[in-house]
Design a binder for this molecule. Sequence first.
Ligand code: ZN
Ligand code: ZN
Length: 639
Amino acid sequence: MASSPILATSLPQKQPTTSSPAGGFRLPPPPEKLAILLDKSESVDLIKQIHAAILRHNLFLHPYHPVLNLKLHRAYASHGKIRHSLSLFHHTIDPDLFLFTATINTASINGLRDQALLLYVQLLSSEIIPNEFTLSSVLKSCSAESVQAIHTHVLKFGLALDPYVATGLVDVYARGGDLVSALKVFDRMPERRSLVSSTAMITCYAKQGNVVAARALFEGMPEIERDIVSWNVMIDGYAQHGFPTEALRLFQKLLSEGNPKPDEITLVAALSACSQIGALESGRWIHLFIKRSRRIISVNVKVCTALIDMYSKCGSLEEAVSVFNDTPRKDTVAWNAMIAGYAMHGYSQDALRLFGEMQGTVGLQATDITFIATLQACAHAGLVKEGVRMFESMGQEYGIKPKIEHYGCLVSLLGRAGRLKQAYEIIKKMETEADSVVWSSLLGSCKLHGDFVLGKEIAEYLIGRNITNSGTYVLLSNIYASESDYEGVAKVRSLMKEKTIVKEPGVSAIEVDDRVHEFRAGDRNHLQSREIYTLLRKLSERIKSCGYVPDTNAVLQDLEETEKEESLQVHSERLAIAYGLISTQPGSPLRIFKNLRVCSDCHTVTKLISKITGRKIVVRDRNRFHHFVDGSCSCGDFW
Ligand SMILES: [Zn+2]
Ligand SMILES: [Zn+2]
């Protein structure tokens, strides 16, 4: 039985015959000696023997007992015997401040938050005045709700300037996302702010996407004090808030400084940055770095999953599969990443096959993320029957309640297959209110299948209810344009102006020689701009001679408002492709990354370019990958 140590009073009373250090005392052992033994104790058995000796010799009456008791508490806690150390507290008559504080701290750092707070209340009612260690211990258990009460105590007991307490406060406020309060405490901290509080503040800024403030604080820290945690927070902050290039730059800086050494978390953040901008070469370099640093970096399933994700998102599905196959003890997250990889590349059958294998693997349970990936696989391939069955099985067989993302996939699947009414019914019956993404998807399908009546009805409903994004307006404008209703187009435009809706500009990127080159529509900022445009003109003539007629309708249908104002020829992906053609070896594949969907005209042109240049062109757009080879695309023109 895992009895509480205090029950050891019922231990046999006969004198121990062993000569063990603690049990061997026939006379009352000197408490000071027991204290030294406790400090050195390396096993729980020995601690228990000492505990038994204390009880047997009634040492709890000794004036030195409080010190001994505290050491006993610490010894149990340091050996992971949390229940023993807490029980010791509960059996101590008149615990002093030190035992209170130690016990609150033990409870806090072991996640027993409620117990820690209760102990603190008990301390206050015993009229003991808490000190800085008590408050910094209790702060570790505070939530965003309870922190204000403790903050009041901090002020009341005059501990606001104590660095430990202030660090604790900054940490709780920062964790709860209360930037204003966190900053208030942080700014008042005495001269030397601790690494912990600075890191907490950086985390808080980064979480809120204020990377500029985070970076300023990071740069303000003495270099010698920055540990890998603060670097990680900063690199990850950039990666998670739309500054992947900055994240990679900072990662480079960390490597060039040589100290501290990157750990698994740093690498996962850097890989995530690579996948966002399609920096395949940088991603491969990090992979190599990981292989070379096996001794200091554990290549765990998290790192492998980040590699799978990076390779799939950077367009190299083959390498993603190879990492997946070599990953030991794959967990659900790793499987999900691989299924999603297959799905986004349009290898829907492989995604579904892997899903089947996952079902047959003991210890793995499909999650809501698994279903987003498999539903996307169905949507990308137009597998209506499979998709609907998958969606139904989610709730019926797996007990997973569909979220808005799942509905989004289903609506897109049905809509693209022309089952507009059915998709519309699903949106209306959804438990959660549809967001602008789901609506835009249906609206896009209305346009695709020429159902302008339903399309207009939906768009006007959305605009009326303010559930819109810039895409909704553009789609509505396109629908009017397709019907040559220019009054309607003008109406939408003025609405957009009135509501100051700004269309997200299209940006395409290509990585050449370890550098990512970005292009916007009609961009002339690139150093090789002249060559790019010359090549585009030549290509245009050649593809026209192949029978290509520009899809002028695509100018109207295009999702990109800014790009629409330019001619089709200078859509951002075409600039990136042209740059790729002049700056890489003939025959080598091109990988382009675009933040928005590829328009139908660019899709046709890219197919033709792949044919006349003999290049494989991989384009990742907002939704998926297109592999253009010899005049056709892996999406089968269904995207
Ligand atoms: Zn285009
Ligand atoms: Zn395609």
